[in-house]
Design a protein. Structure first.
Length: 544
């Protein structure tokens, strides 16, 4: 065995986006493409010789090949040990958990999240730092800069490592430790939640749950925890075997892509509790029998009930939510007398607050919920948290949410997405709104009085870093809100997201369809931004 120093040339566009470098599999399969990026990661890091790296991914097409390349490059670059999930599998939150638990230097996570997988679909790679969270922007910028100047990479010519049996093996002076993908994560969940109580709930006569793993990475985790440790009947986990192409589906947990689960939950006599997670296991969708819990409400309900879970029995230090997420959690924070932080969109903005102990729970309207237990959002964690709340309260999901609304009022909420619109038109629409923010206050739009208007800017209260242009906010005197922003994860054209929210304190008005309850504000939002005239779209592509 020997280390090879292979000369190479830079590739264009190896710029990590919101969540690492995401490209088509065929792009990653080009000779040297992955190697260049991995070497750029290693070249941007310091002092890692002899330390531990964690490697794993969501099992999508090209995962196994990528893991072998990364192992051989880690050995050639001087890492002392690599912890890799069996079969190359680690969900994103499990990778974060393993990095933290084993004091690793960092980790490489292979995933394109909820994007489809397969030979002609997406693949992704991202680097997480020692706190278990995604690398901050200054680190990813250094990687990108390196990728543009790279001239060689280092790799051992050793044979492939057996990834399918747990145990230690040597790779050119480095130790590869294949670990059970689930064990560390399951042990953490067992410490956070009252498994005895959840077991008793699941054993009660006629109580059924359904979890849709969407043929993605959470299958083995959900089987081991829900069916194994908690005793849910076999088959409670649907689509439990991870497939390289996710069965041809979109592994995104929402009412559209998890349709089999939704149909089951709305059927007469269907399960009491249903949930789904995405390709890499960090998103979650929560359903009750014939009831959908919006992610914004889910965060608020978990915050209000957090102390039933042993891991949160001492109470919450604070709550953080992304700016477009509804203010339902703010009302809980106010009642608890704790701080609520409003951050820009994207999980990376929660890291400093969690590290500093200022926030315990955090969430985004885009089906992301999590806490300080790891530094990623965590789908199965949210499911177990809900089960703990249900086990403690012994009420249905719908009753718990309705009671929550009676106590705190209901934040009616909806997001309208206009996907694949012309980028120039989208920029122009946002620029026009930005110019208007100065003159909107005091104006009447329909029956609503504009009380505030700005382009959201955020100063991180921990490290003082400033992030600007994070979305146009128009606030009304009754607390209603319209927010406009452009997606930062799209690949074709631009996606305009419009977030609409109205607070309704009156319990007799809590049972409306959100599209009806928000109808006036939806019209105002369309008119104010002249969406149809500027984009040619009379209505949104996706409504959540
Ligand atoms: C979207 C979501 C955002 C989430 C991100 C990564 O980003 O809106 O909340 O953090 O995906 O999962 P966007 O496309 O809106 O920039
Ligand atoms: Zn994901």
């Amino acid at each position: 065995m020997s280390v090879l120093h292979v000369s190479t040339q830079p590739f264009e566009g190896q710029k990590p986006g919101t969540s690492g470098l995401r490209k088509k599999v065929t792009v990653f399969q080009q000779p040297n493409y992955l190697h260049n990026f991995v070497q750029s990661i290693f070249d941007s890091l310091e002092g890692f010789k002899g330390t531990t790296l964690v490697v794993g991914g969501d099992g999508r097409y090209y995962n196994r090949e990528a893991v072998q390349i990364i192992l051989k490059m880690a050995a050639a670059n001087g890492f002392g040990r690599v912890l890799v999930g069996r079969g190359g599998i680690l969900s994103t939150p499990a990778a974060s958990c393993v990095i933290r638990k084993h004091g690793a230097y960092g980790g490489i996570v292979l995933s394109a999240s909820h994007n489809p997988g397969g030979p002609h679909e997406d693949f992704g790679i991202k680097y997480n730092i020692g706190n278990g969270g995604p690398a901050p922007e200054k680190v990813t910028e250094a990687m990108f800069a390196r990728s543009r100047a790279i001239s060689a990479y280092h790799i051992t010519d050793a044979a492939d490592v057996d990834l399918d049996t747990v145990g230690k093996r040597a790779l050119d002076g480095m130790t590869v430790e294949v670990i059970d993908s689930v064990a560390d994560y399951a042990e953490l969940m067992e410490r956070l939640f009252d498994f005895d109580r959840i077991r008793a709930l699941l054993a009660s006569p006629g109580y059924r749950i359904a979890f849709d793993a969407m043929s993605a990475v959470t299958g083995p985790y959900a089987r081991a925890i829900l069916e194994g440790r908690l005793g849910a009947p076999a088959g409670s986990v649907m689509r439990a075997d991870p497939l390289e192409d996710f069965g041809g589906g979109h592994p995104d947990p929402n009412l559209v892509y998890a349709h089999d689960l939704v149909e089951l939950m709305y059927r007469e006599g269907g399960p009491e509790f249903g949930a789904a997670s995405d390709g890499d296991g960090d998103r979650n969708m929560i359903l009750g029998h014939q009831f959908f819990v919006t992610p914004s409400d889910s965060l608020a309900v978990l915050a209000a009930n957090a102390t039933v879970a042993p891991g949160y029995a001492k109470g919450l230090a604070g709550i953080a939510r992304s700016m477009p997420t509804s203010a339902a959690a703010d009302r809980v924070a106010a009642k608890l007398g704790i701080d609520c932080y409003e951050t820009p969109t994207g999980w990376k903005f929660f890291g400093t607050l969690l590290d500093a102990g200022r926030a315990t729970l955090c969430g985004e309207e885009s089906f992301g919920t999590g806490s300080d237990h790891v530094r990623e959002k965590d789908g199965l964690w949210a499911v177990l948290f809900w089960l703990n709340v249900l086990a403690a309260r012994r009420q249905s999901v719908a009753d718990i949410v309705r009671e929550h609304w009676r106590t705190y009022g209901r934040n009616y909420y909806s997001r309208h997405d206009y996907e694949g619109i012309d980028s120039a038109a989208a920029e122009e629409l946002m620029d026009t709104l930005r110019r208007q923010t100065g003159t909107l206050v005091g104006k009447k739009l329909g029956a609503y009085d504009v009380a505030s208007a700005d382009d959201f800017a955020y100063t991180d209260p921990v490290d003082g870093s400033v992030t600007t242009k994070q979305g146009i906010r128009v606030g009304f005197s009754d607390g209603s809100r319209i927010v406009y922003r452009l997606s930062g994860t799209g690949t074709e054209g631009a996606t305009l997201r419009v977030y609409i929210e109205r607070y309704e304190p009156d319990p007799s008005r809590h049972d409306d369809d959100p599209q009806v309850a928000l109808a006036d504000l939806i019209t105002i939002a369309r008119d104010l931004a002249e969406i149809e005239r500027r984009t040619g779209r009379p209505k949104p592509t996706v409504i959540t």
